[in-house]
Design a protein around this ligand. Sequence first.
Ligand SMILES: Nc1nc2c(c(=O)[nH]1)N[C@H]1C(S)=C(S)[C@@H](COP(=O)(O)O)O[C@H]1N2
Ligand SMILES: [Mo]
Length: 435
Amino acid sequence: MPARLKRLLENPPPGPFREGFWRSPIRGPWLASVLSSALLPLIVICAVTGFVSHAAYDPELGSNSVTGPSPLPIELLPFDWPATWPWLYAVNQGLHVVAGIAAIPILLAKLWAVIPKLFEWPPVRSVAHALERLSLALLVGGSLWVLFSGVLNIQLFYPWPFPFVPAHYYGAIVFLGALLFHLVIKLPVVAAALRERGLTPLREDAAHTEPEPPLAALGEIQHTSAPAAPGPTTVSRRALLGTVAAGSAGLVVLTAGQSIGGPLRQVSILAPRGREYGDGPNDFPVNKTAQGRGITEEMVGSSWRLTLVGSARVELSREQLLALPQRTHTLPIACVEGWSSTQDWTGVPLRDLATLAGVPADRAVFVQSLQEGGSFRKVTLNPGQVADSRSLLALKVNEADLSLDHGFPARIIVPALPGVHCTKWVSSLDFTKEA
Ligand SMILES: Nc1nc2c(c(=O)[nH]1)N[C@H]1C(S)=C(S)[C@@H](COP(=O)(O)O)O[C@H]1N2
Ligand SMILES: [Mo]
């Protein structure tokens, strides 16, 4: 090895690469292990609900897939998304978003606890070390990406030119792969830290907070984030953990109302669509407005027709639809962003429209909107969804005509259907497209 390179590797550059730079005495395997143990269940909730949400889109049907062919070797939920429990998607997305938000302070604390490792010197010691660091880059980058892209998306401020769903989805898959690898490597450290120290550090105030000694179980091999030259204690481990827990709980209180409802709705100030919108029949959250989607009064005026395609082709005006037997059901719109809103919808059951088009009621249907461009202008519903008697082409909400923003003249409402598939401003239902 050339002498200059050798000197460089032996002498870290000044600043964070020097051993004495990171001095907090509370850094070490115990703190990192406790934060990881708090993070893991939240990540599991986000991962499971994320894949369930992916399945709820029924990506194998028609043009429903927004992520392209599955990168996973197996179909995660190899059956159609059921319409059985109307609240299912609302609960799934509520959990996904609330768990993700609760994880943010814990993840930041965890990154703080292990940040000295980012500045390890020399940067690469061996092939194995290089692979471990690469996996850490994917782990840290992946976790930050899924959380921040998710938050920006639900805050309606998604500034990138590429679509959110595939970017969030593939980011999550990279992150979970790196996490699996990391868990296998780190499980012995977490087990040793929790076994050797238990919850003792939670009983220590700042005056009794000492730097962590090395873990006995790991002997010589440990590379810890504990400082080589600890500075004086300024905060106890339990105060740090308490602050993180309070931050997490506070964020949950300020956002969860959009999913849970009740009095919490009034304080969900971090949820752009979570709060009450007054109490008129159409005063509930609007996702995309008619104006934003290029829908004008003329398009939905007296010339509007619904086209049914089956063994026959049928055109119906809104008056003709209103003259058919009407059904009312109380069903939520549950957006992928975590908010949901339950209303009384009135309209014609989709299975009656199938019958009118001359096809059996357990057929898939391809729904199109008047909306010309952009996403969410079409959906394929599975046969079980069409057959469910509560699945409606809704014409009214809370006994009033749908407002233009809520999809006048007609929109889709189906139990447990992801909000993005509750197509507004419907123009045609095609029961002949093989899904
Ligand atoms: N044609 C059309 N339908 C649409 C959308 C859209 O952008 N265009 N947005 C969807 C999304 S993402 C949701 S969550 C629901 C919200 O319905 P709302 O605006 O009536 O609350 O409408 C869905 N239907
Ligand atoms: Mo949505």
